[in-house]
Design a binder for this molecule. Sequence first.
Ligand SMILES: [Mg+2]
Length: 236
Amino acid sequence: MTETISTVVLDLDDTLIASTRARRRAYQSLREQGIDPRAAEAANTRWWERYHAGDCSLEQMRQGRWIELGLSPEEAIRIDERYRAHYENIRARLGARRLLERLRESNLNVVLLSNAGIEYVRDRVAALRVEHLLNGVVDVTATRWKPHPEAFQTALALVGESPARAAMVGDNLDADVNGALAAGFRHVVWLTRRKPHTDARVACLPSLAATEAHLLALAGQNSAIHAPTPECTSPA
Ligand SMILES: [Mg+2]
């Protein structure tokens, strides 16, 4: 009999909250300022990579991603504030609150591990009103970014857990899924509708409802582990 899990580590963006949807709307709204949404998104990705590599500060990243598009430093500050106002419009993904409530009812430890800044993470947690359902929130600036194993070890240390009795849940293949596998997690949920994963420790699930059933089964709370999606069983 496989050991049951007692801790779940969760990603935030596009796992518990629908961040990409809100971000794309924010980019579209900047069109009237003469900013191309696709160019802005590409610049944002590049500057986040620089920030995660330690090549710039958060403030430099926030200005640089707009200056790169041709804005003056003053315009960059103004546009970035306008862009970041979309954070208030980010909504919970369907089933997010219920998932956290069920995990808490089942006496599982729940830790949030996001590569976003701790201020952003705490604000989103407060907006969701789920602080009481979490055992810990990792300040990733005090450790290493996912997919570095140290990020996952920090999350587990908050609740004194071993990776053998923990499950990771996230949408990002590199940061969440492969990162958790490298850190020794025995169970990983990859929130995805399309792509297979060849590692048997990874369950590819399309929704938080399916994730909830899967995690509760892993915790020994439910007899039926969610069946893998067909894509998962027959990798292309
Ligand atoms: Mg994510």
